[in-house]
Design a protein around this ligand. Structure first.
Ligand code: BGC
Length: 360
């Protein structure tokens, strides 16, 4: 009897220690990979979180275009920020028999269940733009997000002309791994500046769901708290930058306080031309969309995908393709955004006083 008790304790202890040492474990319920033949068309499922920000419509259009060019079929589902809906839509895509899934997750943790569901059916999964955490996801394709955060903070630090300068930091949605990576990059630059005494951080907060209204609140409160003595607002994307600029406008400070962004949204390119937003991070979407479709076809055929990096998602080092971002301000928008045809100069300048329009 006593020996039996000691034995059961030993077993329980071993299981507990094993669980702690091995870390998060996706359920090991993986079916053999289905493989498409080299001439068979591949059916791609594209599960998107949102089309709210301008860029995502571009992602959708370019993924569809690339698939069509290559004679492949793509079925796009958009979850409008609803995790349960995104899971359900992904399950529907799997039931319809897609050969591969591309997922831009709303919540990087919760979407791990999509990877598990796909793998149960032998379907590979690509995390698109945003990483899927703690999962056996097959590939991650995105831009260099930590570097983007560094570029945002560094640009503002280089252009602020006060010491110490008062900084406000507005992150994105904390359920999006990109928001966390951006913050890591921003702090890589700001922390040493704080330690040197060059920067004071008035507040550092995440904007729920990347909402402009959340950014507006954060900046309004920061302005009150600092008696309007704010010199720079590190915003993580253009939508939140526009919320911040609205708060600054309320105090007649738009154009006087530096504001960063990301995405090169048309509305923000206008604000940059006007001098109300200082810079944005331009991420070319075409190589991202094309890269995802090309990789999806390869994975569906069981072929090797060339990668440039790896990224730790808490479960494994995920093979990754990470593209280069570009910092854009009023001075180089013509040689970047306009030159690439990302936006037309006439669209950027429409409705602006002619003197605000950057001259070719
Ligand atoms: C994307 C950004 C986008 C943000 C809000 C991030 O994950 O990388 O481009 O602005 O989500 O949708």
């Amino acid at each position: 009897m006593r020996r039996a008790t000691i034995f059961s304790c030993f077993i329980i202890l071993t299981l507990l220690v094993g669980a702690c040492v091995s870390g998060p474990q996706p359920t090991n319920n993986t079916a053999a990979r289905k493989k498409k033949g080299p001439n068979e068309p591949v059916v791609i499922g594209f599960s998107m979180d949102t089309l709210k920000e301008e860029r995502w419509q571009r992602d959708k259009d370019l993924v569809e275009k690339r698939a069509k060019e290559l004679g492949m079929q793509v079925n796009v589902q958009v979850a409008n920020g609803d995790d349960n809906l995104q899971i359900k839509q992904a399950e529907n895509l799997l039931t319809q028999g897609v050969d591969v899934l591309i997922v831009a997750p709303h919540n990087g943790e919760i979407a791990a269940s999509i990877v598990e569901a796909a793998h149960r059916q032998g379907v590979p999964v690509i995390a698109y733009d945003r990483l899927i955490k703690n999962s056996d996801v097959d590939l991650y394709i995105s831009h260099q997000v930590v570097k983007m955060g560094e570029m945002q903070a560094q640009y503002l630090l280089d252009h602020v002309n006060k010491k110490p300068a008062n900084f406000v930091v507005v992150g994105g949605s904390p359920t999006d791994n990109n928001a966390l990576l951006l913050h890591e990059g921003q702090m890589n630059v700001l922390k040493p500046a704080v330690d040197r005494g060059d920067v004071k951080i008035v507040t550092d907060q995440y904007a729920k769901e990347w909402q402009a209204s959340a950014a507006l609140n954060i900046v309004e409160n920061a302005l009150t708290q600092a008696n309007n003595q704010v010199d720079a607002v590190v915003c993580s994307n253009d939508g939140t930058a526009r919320g911040a600029i609205q708060a600054l406008e309320g105090q007649n400070l738009a154009g006087k306080v530096l504001v960063s962004g990301q995405d090169a949204d048309l509305a923000s390119m206008k604000l940059i031309a006007e001098g109300k937003q200082t810079m944005t991070i331009y991420k070319s979407i075409q190589p991202l969309a094309n890269g995802a479709v090309d990789a999806a076809i390869k994975l569906a055929r069981g072929e090797k995908v060339e990668t440039t990096d790896t990224i730790d998602n808490g479960f494994k080092k995920v093979p990754a393709i990470l593209l280069d971002p570009v910092a854009v301000d009023r001075n180089n928008m013509l040689s970047t955004i306009v030159k690439d045809g990302y936006h037309k100069l006439e669209d950027i300048c429409a409705g602006l006083p002619p003197e605000k329009c950057p001259k070719p």
